[in-house]
Design a protein around this ligand. Structure first.
Ligand code: MNH
Length: 506
């Protein structure tokens, strides 16, 4: 018989393996595709248009149309089930505090085996907070980020009013201040936007940023500063080519370029880093033009849950040659303005982040967040982890010892949950054993990637009607998007070029 692999059945870099004489299997691992011949795009696992939400476990107009809800992949556990997770497990779920203490809390810092650094960690947080913005004032399942994707609302504000407060209204630029000749975000008093800061912080240290919480961490204010400088740099370039354009057109076109740059950097460097460099990811929207694909996105509650990557955070921060504790780090915008962009980038790029998966690696300072995430998931009645395994074409786990190699954890979880089919979604994705030498486990990859790809490539910028030079003010702007890199983002907006990467130097 002819070796079936001679017909090259496996598409998109899938690997063909011959079985017996006339059978084959395609290994689609890490290709972004799945199915017999690796032809089905990963993001096809995400329903589009969106379906359920926390209020509606059935299709209805309200659920489709009301964008103040997160959508969800699986409907809530029905309210009238005999047990909290359906029909399996115990009468009461484990105390979130106990789960956090026993299985999430870091004992000893465990670095990511792939050398992921803090530059990556803060990019993760900065990037995702434009679309994860849970409205905590109301019950679970609502968002304040109505853009549902990469809209750069964390740079420009999530309302039109906030955007105008942050804009200079000259040449399309954003407001800024000069400190020692360097551009930084303006102060709160120069913009009158709301920012969350401690009352007693001196007013000149209250920086005004698109996202109202980004004064919390110097890593977030750093990225805010970089994107602010990049926006204004792009405005100058556009103005030189279009001297007739008004402030509005320069602003709007620069914003599209910034969104395009974000998507480019996230796919080719950030997702590329996460993928472990097995394949070469390319941001080329034209490759999708021939596929059946919806250019729209709705952020799912489950995506927000699985992105709680707090184990990335170290025990303390090395900046310059100083060790900075959490209490010295939070709300300390003077670290950024004192050390400057270059030193912060250099320091964050050289400090290794924690391994996300496998449990027992969440810094004590952030344990409360893990606890709150579990509480939120129960309010939202998220279905069991194994149901999501099935939804994503993964084999459900049959025991806790298959789920984790940590026998203390396997036994502890068994005692508390009683049944692997009652294990909750969030502990599932975070505590699952990591893949060998990887940052997290199979489920995080197989569930996170489709959400992520859908959010990135479902952006209107990637659609045939938008993906063309004129959208970006001409070939110059189009080229800025197509050639943007993390290194350029930093080095075209700083005095000297530091070590800048998503991985510590080898
Ligand atoms: Mn983090 C939510 C603190 C780093 C991803 N984070 C929260 C919340 C707090 C918080 C507080 C709100 C919890 C709640 O009310 O439910 N987070 C921190 C602190 C640090 C931090 C103090 C660093 C120090 N967080 C990170 C990093 C990531 C991350 C790094 C990486 C992706 N955090 C999240 C996500 C949420 C969140 C995702 C959920 C956001 C939302 O739904 O609004």
């Amino acid at each position: 018989a002819v070796n079936p692999c001679c017909y090259y059945p496996c598409q998109n870099s899938g690997v063909c393996v011959r079985f017996g004489t006339d059978r084959y299997q395609c290994d689609c691992t890490q290709t972004g595709y799945y199915g017999d011949n690796c032809t089905v795009l990963r993001s096809n696992l995400i329903p589009s248009p969106p379906t359920y939400n926390t209020q509606y476990g059935y299709l209805c107009w309200e659920s489709y149309y009301n964008v103040s809800y997160y959508t969800r992949l699986l409907p809530p556990v029905p309210g009238d089930c005999p047990l909290p997770m359906g029909t399996k497990g115990k009468l009461t779920l484990p105390d979130p505090k106990v789960l956090a203490e026993r299985f999430f809390k870091r004992k000893k810092f465990r670095p990511d085996p792939r050398g992921t650094n803090l530059m990556f960690a803060f990019m993760a947080q900065h990037f995702t907070h434009q679309f994860f913005k849970t409205k905590h004032e109301v019950k679970a399942g609502f968002t304040k980020a109505f853009g549902h994707g990469v809209d750069a609302s964390h740079i420009y504000g999530d309302t039109l009013e906030r955007q105008h407060q942050l804009r200079l209204h000259i040449d399309g630029k954003l407001k800024y201040q000069l400190l020692g000749g360097e551009v930084y975000p303006p102060t709160v008093s120069e913009t009158s936007v709301y920012m969350k800061y401690p009352e007693d912080l001196p007013s000149e240290q209250k920086l005004a940023i698109g996202h109202e919480l980004f004064g919390l961490l110097p890593g977030l204010s750093l990225y805010a500063t970089l994107w602010l400088r990049e926006h204004n740099r792009v405005c100058d370039i556009l103005r030189a080519e279009h001297p007739t354009w008004d402030d509005e057109q320069l602003f709007q076109t620069s914003r599209l370029i910034i969104i395009g740059e974000i998507i480019k950097i996230i796919i080719e460097e950030y997702v590329q880093h996460l993928s472990g460099y097995f394949l070469n990811l390319k941001f080329d929207p034209t490759l999708l033009f021939k596929e059946r694909f919806q250019y729209s996105n709705r952020i799912a509650l489950e995506f927000g849950q699985l992105y709680h990557w707090h184990p990335l955070m170290p025990d303390s921060f090395n900046i310059g040659h100083e060790e900075v504790s959490y209490s010295q780090f939070v709300y300390n915008t003077s670290l950024l303005t004192h050390f400057g962009v270059e030193t912060l980038v250099d320091s964050f790029s050289r400090q290794v982040a924690g391994q996300i998966g496998g449990g027992k690696n969440c810094p004590e300072a952030l344990l409360k967040v893990a606890e709150m995430t579990i509480r939120e998931s129960r309010q939202a009645r998220i279905q069991p982890f194994n149901e999501y395994r099935k939804k994503f074409n993964l084999k459900p786990y049959t025991s806790f010892s298959e789920f984790t190699d940590d026998s203390d954890m396997a036994k502890g979880l068994e005692d508390l949950y009683g049944d692997i089919d009652a294990l909750e979604f969030f502990p599932g994705v975070l505590l699952e054993k990591s893949r060998p030498n990887a940052i997290f486990g199979e489920s995080m990859v197989e569930m996170g990637a489709p959400f992520s790809l859908k959010g990135l490539l479902g952006n209107p910028l990637c659609s045939p009607g938008y993906w063309k030079p004129s959208t970006f003010g001409g070939e110059t702007g189009f080229q800025i998007v197509k050639s943007s890199t993390l290194q350029k983002l930093v080095c075209q907006n700083s005095r000297w070029c530091p070590y800048v990467h998503f991985r510590v130097p080898s």
